[in-house]
Write a protein that binds this ligand. Structure first.
Ligand code: NFS
Ligand code: SF4
Length: 633
C-alpha cells in the first residue's frame, strides 16, 4: 500500500529512510499482522482474571471467565472508547471554562474577552441574563454554568439541550440518554463496563450514547469559549503543507489542541524583541509559527497561521530538519516525536502537567502568566535554531492556498449578502431546488491503515460533482487544505453545476470575484459542534428534526477515541455517518446490527462502514437522495 498521496509527506519519508529514521509507517509495518481478537473487539482485560478472548470463528470458548460473551465484550469496549474520547474533549472544555472564569475575575490578564457579542449570544442561549450587566459578570456566570455541566446534576446538561432541536431533546429523553454531567457520564460509563456491572449490550450502548452526548456538550463548550476568548473566526487565506516552513526563520510548530496556549504563543511571536533576537541568531526572517493538527486549525482560522501538516504525518515536520521547536499541549501527539527530534536539533517542548514526554523539555504553561511562558518557549526555540545543521534541511517546496474560518456566524454573514432579512433562506432555497443536493461534513484524522488522504480526495471528488456542499473540521480539513481543496479554484474544477452556481453567487456577493472554496473549513475537531449548529438552524427553519435533513457525515480515515465519540453523537443527532476504517465491533453481530441499523429506528442516524471511498461516496449520495424524498424534494 502506498503510504501517502501527499508529495510533501512522501518527500519527508524519503529523508527519513536515507537517515535510517523509522516513522509511524515503519512501526505499523512491524505490527502486522495485528491481533485478530483485538480487531474484532473480542478481548477483555477489565479484570485480573483475564485477559479473556473469544474467537471470531466458531471455535474456542464462547465467553470470558466471568461469562461475558462477545456482545458484552464488544459493547463494553466501544463504550470505554467513547468515554475516553469524552474525557479528552471534556478536559479541553473544562480547561477553557476555568480560564474564562479566571479571565472574568481578573486573574488571567492575558485573556481579555475578545468577542463580547459571542459571549452575550451564548449567555442568552443558556439563560444567563445580559441586560445592564458588566461583561465580566456575564463571563463569570457563563463560565460557572459551563463548569456546572461537568458534575452530576438533577437536570440535563445545559449545553446538550439548549443547542439542539426540540425534537432531538424529546428523542433523547424518551430513550433515557440525556446526560446530566460530562465527567459523571464518563465515570458512569467506566462503572457500568467494569467487572460484573452492565451485561446488557443494548443498555451498554445506550449508556455510551449518553456519554457521547456529553462529548457533544463538551465540544460545544470548547468552541463557545474559544470564540469568546479569542474571537469568532471569519474567512482568512493562508497556506498549508510542509512548504510553509522557512529555512531563513526560527520555525516553531504548535501541535495539539487547546488554543489557550497556541493563541497566546502566536500573539507573542509577533513581538519585536523576540524577532530581533531570532534575527541576531541568524534567522533573517525572524520567527515563523506553523500549526499541526487541531491547534493548527485554531490558529489557522484566527491568525492565518499556515498549517504545516496534520495527524499521521506529524513526524514529517521534524524530518524537514528545519524545525527548531515542536511545542505540544495534549492529545494526538505521538510519543515518537521525542526520538525523531533527538535525531535533529529540534526541541520538543511539552507544556502541560498531564502530558509529559521523556527527553522533551518541559516548560509548564500557566494561564495567569501565559505570555511570559510563551516567551520562554520562543526563547528556547531560538537557542535550538543556533544548533541547526543546514546540510540536513529538506523542506519540500510544496504548499497550497487554503481559506479557513467558516464559522456559522461567518457563513450566515456571507449569506446575508444575498438576503439581509433572512440569511438562511438562500441556503434552504438552493437545497430545495437541488442546486445543493445535500451537505456532507468531513471530520476525523488520517490513519496509517489507509493511504494518507486517499479516501478524502476520492470521496470529495464524487460528492462535489454531485452538488454536495462540503464542510470539514479537524484533520479532515488539514487533508483538504494540503491538497488545495479549500480554494475557489477547487470549486471551479470539482463542483457540479448547481453547487458551483451557489458558491459563486455567495462569493461574488462577498466581493471575492469568484466562488467560495469547495470545502468550508469550520475549525478543529471540537468545532464539529459548529456543523451541528448549522444543521440545527436549518432544521428549525424548515420545521423538521435533524433526522430528516439531507445531511451526512464522514470520518474516512478515523483514528482516535475522540473520533468515535463524535461519530456516535452525530448518529444520535440523526446524521448518517460513514466510517472508512472498520471499528473493533465486528466480533458482535448484535452490536454491529445496533450501530448500522437499529440506531436508524431509534435516532434516525446510523453508521455506514465502507472502506472503498468511491462506494462510500455513492452510498452517501443515495442516503441524501432518500432524505430528500422524505422531505418531498
Ligand atoms: Ni480530531 Fe484533532 Fe486530528 Fe484526529 Fe487528532 S488532531 S481532535 S483526533 S488526529 S482529527
Ligand atoms: Fe475475562 Fe470477564 Fe474479567 Fe473481562 S471481566 S477479563 S471477560 S473475566
Amino acid at each position: 500500500m502506498e503510504r501517502s498521496i501527499d508529495k510533501a509527506t512522501l518527500s519527508a519519508l524519503e529523508s527519513a529512510e536515507k537517515a535510517g529514521i523509522s516513522t509511524v509507517w515503519d512501526r505499523c509495518a512491524a505490527q502486522v499482522p495485528q491481533c485478530g481478537f483485538g480487531e474484532a473487539g473480542l478481548c477483555c482485560r477489565h479484570c485480573l482474571q483475564g485477559p479473556c478472548r473469544i474467537s471470531p470463528f466458531e471455535d474456542g470458548p464462547r465467553t470470558g471467565v466471568c461469562g461475558a460473551n462477545a456482545d458484552i465484550m464488544v459493547s463494553r469496549g466501544l463504550s470505554r472508547a467513547i468515554a475516553a474520547g469524552t474525557a479528552s474533549h471534556g478536559a479541553h472544555a473544562k480547561h477553557m471554562a476555568h480560564t474564562l472564569l479566571k479571565a472574568a475575575k481578573g486573574e488571567a490578564p492575558d485573556y481579555p474577552i475578545r468577542d463580547e457579542n459571542k459571549l452575550k449570544a451564548v449567555a442568552a442561549r443558556i439563560g444567563v441574563s445580559v441586560d445592564g450587566r458588566e461583561i465580566n459578570e456575564i463571563a463569570e456566570d457563563v463560565a460557572m454554568k459551563a463548569l456546572e455541566d461537568f458534575s452530576e446534576k438533577e437536570t440535563p446538561l445545559t449545553w446538550a439541550v439548549t443547542t439542539v432541536t426540540k425534537g432531538r431533546v424529546d428523542t433523547f429523553l424518551k430513550l433515557g440518554v440525556v446526560p446530566t454531567g460530562i465527567d459523571s457520564s464518563i465515570a458512569e460509563s467506566m462503572h457500568r463496563t467494569t467487572y460484573g456491572v452492565d451485561s446488557d449490550p443494548v443498555n451498554i450502548i445506550l449508556g455510551a450514547v449518553k456519554c457521547a452526548l456529553a462529548d457533544y456538550a463538551a465540544c460545544h463548550i470548547a468552541t463557545d469559549i474559544a470564540d469568546i476568548l479569542f474571537g469568532t473566526p471569519s474567512p482568512v487565506a493562508t497556506r498549508a503543507n510542509l512548504g510553509v516552513l522557512n529555512k531563513n526563520a526560527v520555525n516553531i510548530a504548535l501541535h495539539g489542541h487547546n488554543p489557550l496556549l497556541s493563541d497566546i504563543l502566536v500573539q507573542v511571536a509577533g513581538e519585536k524583541v523576540l524577532n530581533d533576537s531570532a534575527k541576531a541568531a541568524g534567522a533573517s526572517d525572524g520567527i515563523n509559527v506553523v500549526g499541526v493538527c487541531c491547534t493548527g486549525n485554531e490558529i489557522m482560522m484566527r491568525h492565518k497561521i499556515p498549517m504545516a501538516t496534520s495527524s499521521v504525518s506529524q513526524e514529517a515536520v521534524i524530518l524537514t530538519g528545519a524545525l527548531d521547536a515542536m511545542v505540544v499541549d495534549y492529545q494526538c501527539i505521538m510519543p515518537s516525536l521525542a526520538g525523531i527530534a533527538e535525531c535533529f536539533h529540534t526541541k520538543l517542548i511539552t507544556t502541560m502537567p498531564i502530558a509529559k514526554i521523556p527527553k522533551a523539555e518541559h516548560i509548564e504553561f500557566h494561564e495567569p502568566d501565559a505570555k511570559e511562558c510563551a516567551r520562554k518557549i520562543i526563547e528556547a526555540a531560538i537557542v535550538a535554531f543556533k544548533k541547526r545543521d543546514s546540510g540536513r534541511i529538506n523542506i519540500p517546496d510544496i504548499s497550497s492556498t487554503a481559506f479557513a474560518g467558516f464559522s456559522v456566524e461567518a457563513i450566515l454573514s456571507a449569506l446575508s449578502l444575498l438576503d439581509r432579512e433572512d440569511p438562511l433562506k438562500p441556503l434552504i432555497d438552493n437545497i430545495v431546488s437541488g442546486n445543493i443536493y445535500g451537505v456532507c461534513l468531513f471530520a476525523g484524522c488520517n490513519t496509517v491503515k489507509v493511504t494518507q488522504d486517499a479516501n478524502y480526495l476520492a470521496m470529495i471528488r464524487e460528492l462535489a460533482k454531485n452538488n454536495v456542499l462540503i464542510l470539514a473540521t479537524g484533520c479532515a480539513s488539514g487533508a483538504f487544505a494540503r491538497h488545495g481543496f479549500m480554494t475557489p479554484e477547487a470549486t471551479e474544477k470539482y463542483a457540479g453545476p448547481g453547487l458551483k452556481a451557489v458558491l459563486t453567487a455567495i462569493g461574488q456577493a462577498a466581493g471575492l470575484g469568484g466562488p467560495l472554496p469547495l470545502v468550508l473549513h469550520m475549525g478543529s475537531c471540537v468545532d464539529t459542534s459548529r456543523a451541528a449548529d448549522l444543521a440545527v438552524a436549518i432544521a428549525d427553519k424548515l420545521g423538521v428534526d435533524l433526522d430528516k435533513l439531507p445531511i451526512v457525515a464522514s470520518a474516512p480515515e478515523a483514528v482516535t477515541e475522540k473520533a468515535v465519540a463524535i461519530g456516535t453523537w452525530a448518529v444520535a443527532a440523526g446524521i448518517p455517518t460513514h466510517l472508512g476504517v472498520v471499528p473493533p465491533v465486528l466480533g458482535s453481530k448484535l452490536v454491529t446490527e445496533v450501530l448500522t441499523s437499529t440506531a436508524k429506528d431509534l435516532f434516525g442516524g446510523y453508521f455506514i462502514v465502507e472502506t472503498d471511498p468511491v462506494k462510500a461516496a455513492k452510498t452517501l449520495i443515495s442516503v441524501i437522495g432518500e432524505r430528500r424524498k422524505g422531505l418531498g424534494l
